[in-house]
Write a protein that binds this ligand. Structure first.
Ligand code: PLP
Length: 368
């Protein structure tokens, strides 16, 4: 029997490094010393700072990225009987959030190059019940927002952007979050801006919508013990907000590092047997770096043998999840093929140049 060896290049590193830790320690102590743990000054300050960083007029901190989507849809008065067109390739939470709002997710297939919603497929999926489009800026690459916005405009539909993987991304030079009426972010620890636990936010240009989401996250309360509507209990807590405030000033540099790693991978993989999805927009923030191969099992074994960890995002198209069966999802053949072939290389700002070179060389050396 062989003992499994720890990979030399990990997929991600979630233990804070020394510089990060100093900021986190200070943030935690500040919150503990203050003794104010929910909906206090840290959340308020983070909301202002995150809104500024994403160039959005308003941000509302919530419990998770999933809740950010659900509460945005609820604040737009979507619910039972309403349809929301979304992508088959994402974290399943995107579609589950639609169901949590009481609405029905309807799947349109992918643009096979961009791996985000195909605008033509969106248009074909519109019915009299369609109320909103929920594009996902998957892997950090913005969806084709100019074309999606034109469709929404033509059909009178709301856009809610899922930017859980796309903090600071831009589309055609315009920030993600500036296309939709509301945009959902996640601060799950692995995300480009991560907390040390769960967290999320909704950004919007609409002050009334922001106030409604702030009410919905807090039980629907208008004033203490007065519940005007049946809200959720989904608040970003003070500790996570303080930690996110410590990390936010470093996000732009971390994003630049992700882009530099991606450029090195692209150079190393030129001419390799793998398919590397193209960068369709220079505003891509590389939450992940996926490649495609019809020989995925063999590729992952090859990388494991080289000491390199890989993961699959995502192995099952959302319409094929048993949890979605009750919504009678339409099949999405392009998503079926992508989920069978996609595999992610290690991608996080702390990767050293040596590690990046090792990953590139090992992946390039795979004989498809
Ligand atoms: C992580 C993620 C979510 C869910 O966010 P949570 O904070 O885990 O609830 C939704 N959509 C996408 C695209 C994600 O990556």
């Amino acid at each position: 029997m062989t003992t499994p060896v720890a990979p030399r290049v990990r997929f991600n590193a979630l233990v804070p490094d020394e510089a990060d830790r100093a900021g986190i320690d200070a943030a935690i102590h500040r919150v503990v010393d203050r003794g104010w743990f929910v909906l206090g000054p840290e959340v308020e300050a983070f909301e202002a700072e995150f809104a500024a960083a994403t160039q959005a007029p308003h941000a509302v901190g919530v419990g998770t990225g999933t809740d950010a989507i659900t509460l945005a849809l609820r604040a737009l008065d979507l619910g039972p009987g309403d349809e929301v067109i979304t992508t088959p390739l994402s974290a399943a939470y995107t579609a589950l959030a639609v169901m949590m709002a009481g609405a029905r997710p309807v799947f349109a297939d992918l643009d096979p190059a961009r791996l985000t919603l195909d605008p033509a497929a969106i248009e074909a999926a519109i019915t009299p019940r369609t109320r909103a489009i929920l594009p996902v800026h998957l892997y950090g690459q913005p969806a084709d927002m100019p074309r999606i916005a034109a469709i929404a405009e033509r059909h009178g539909l709301a856009i809610v952007e899922d930017a859980a993987q796309a903090h600071l991304a831009t589309c055609g030079g315009q920030p993600v979050g500036s296309w939709g009426i509301a945009t959902a972010y996640s601060f799950y620890p692995t995300k480009n801006l991560g907390a040390l636990g769960d967290g999320g936010a909704v950004t919007t240009r609409d002050a009334t919508l922001a106030a409604r989401i702030a009410r919905l996250r807090n039980g629907g309360q208008t004033t203490r013990y007065q519940h005007a509507e049946p809200g959720a209990n989904s608040r970003l807590d003070e500790m996570q907000a303080a930690i996110l405030r410590a990390r936010l000033p470093h996000l732009a540099a971390a994003t630049a590092r992700r882009r530099a790693i991606a450029a090195r991978y692209r150079a190393a993989l030129a001419g390799a047997s793998l398919t590397v999805p193209p960068e369709c927009d220079a505003g891509h923030v590389y939450h992940l770096f996926p490649v495609l191969t019809p020989h995925r099992d063999r590729f992952q074994a090859h990388m494991t043998a080289a000491g390199i960890e890989t993961l699959i995002h995502y192995p099952v198209p959302i319409p094929r999840q048993p949890a979605l069966a009750a919504t009678s999802p339409a099949p999405c053949p392009i998503a079926d093929r992508i989920t069978a072939e996609v595999v992610s290389l290690p991608m996080y700002p702390g990767l050293t140049d040596t590690e990046v070179a090792a990953v590139g060389a090992a992946a390039a050396g795979f004989a498809g």
